[in-house]
Design a protein around this ligand. Structure first.
Ligand code: FPP
Length: 262
């Protein structure tokens, strides 16, 4: 009985906090692009005596909530780090669980995402993913291709270094084929050869779980991004954490290497 009342009280408090945060946020100054390193699933599970896989499964729920909130708020792009080029080093069963979870997520969520006008996209060396994952991605891309709402960018088999390497290879090939000349090479051109071509750079990077590393994520694009770190593990990351991150972002002074005249 007591637990039931505490639960209800906490839920009401969460809603009150959310309303306060929503009122404090300036809708005209939302970050256009938010990037998230969804970290801490394994530790979340281990602390509960559960297998790591259940931490990843719980992480999907946080992903679902964050996508919905970004979509409601009108954020343009959300990039979530779901599997890095280094994650293949994990035990085979964890890797295959993650790949199955991806397929399950795409199949189960695509209709809901479609109804929210979410456009599903992915960045990374997708051609190296298991066949089933590639097929599920292609189906999700096809279905949501014309949506005009949030772009959900799933970083899969993604590495910032391999992205830059791929861009260099493509530029070198274009030079070789005489489609480009050396004088054409500048920052704008390099951006066009990244997986995120055509997207704004992230303005806000969120990393839960207490680690303060970039972990080979969006190395080029994060040049002037504001970082928001929290000890909360990804499966415990709630709507209010995202709202707090956005509010803190709006209170930062962004100078881009210059100075602000007062
Ligand atoms: C890092 O936590 C997380 C991952 C490598 C996977 C992220 C995947 C999800 C959140 C599932 C949803 C994504 C899909 C497939 C759509 P960790 O395992 O490194 O945690 P730890 O640092 O505590 O061990």
């Amino acid at each position: 009985m007591f637990e039931k009342i505490t639960g209800l009280f906490n839920r009401q408090k969460g809603i009150d906090d959310e309303n306060k945060l929503l009122q404090a946020i300036d809708r005209n100054k939302l970050p256009n692009h938010i990037a998230i390193i969804m970290d801490g699933n394994g530790r979340w599970a281990q602390r509960r005596g559960l297998p790591r896989s259940l931490g990843h499964r719980a992480g999907v729920e946080s992903l679902r909530n964050v996508v919905k909130l970004c979509s409601e708020l009108g954020v343009k792009v959300l990039t979530c780090y779901a599997f890095s080029t280094e994650n293949w080093k994990r035990p085979e069963d964890e890797v295959s669980y993650l790949m199955d979870l991806l397929v399950e997520y795409l199949r189960k969520e695509v209709d809901e995402l479609h109804s929210q006008q979410v456009k599903i996209n992915a960045i990374g060396r997708l051609e190296e993913l298991p066949h089933q994952a590639q097929e599920a991605l292609k189906a999700a891309f096809r279905k949501t291709a014309n949506n005009t709402g949030l772009v959900l960018n799933l970083a899969l088999n993604y590495g910032g270094r391999s992205e830059i390497t791929d861009a260099v290879l493509h530029i070198a090939k274009a030079l070789d084929d005489k489609q480009l000349e050396i004088k054409d090479i500048n920052e704008k051109l390099i951006q066009q050869y990244l997986y995120t071509s055509g997207m704004p750079d992230p303005e806000l990077l969120i990393r839960p779980s207490g680690d303060a590393r970039i972990s080979n994520f969006l190395l080029w694009q994060l040049a002037y991004t504001e970082f928001w770190l929290t000890p909360v593990m990804w499966p415990d990351f709630k709507r209010n954490h995202l709202l707090q991150a956005i509010l803190d972002f709006q209170r930062r002074e962004r100078r881009f290497g210059g100075i602000i005249k007062k």
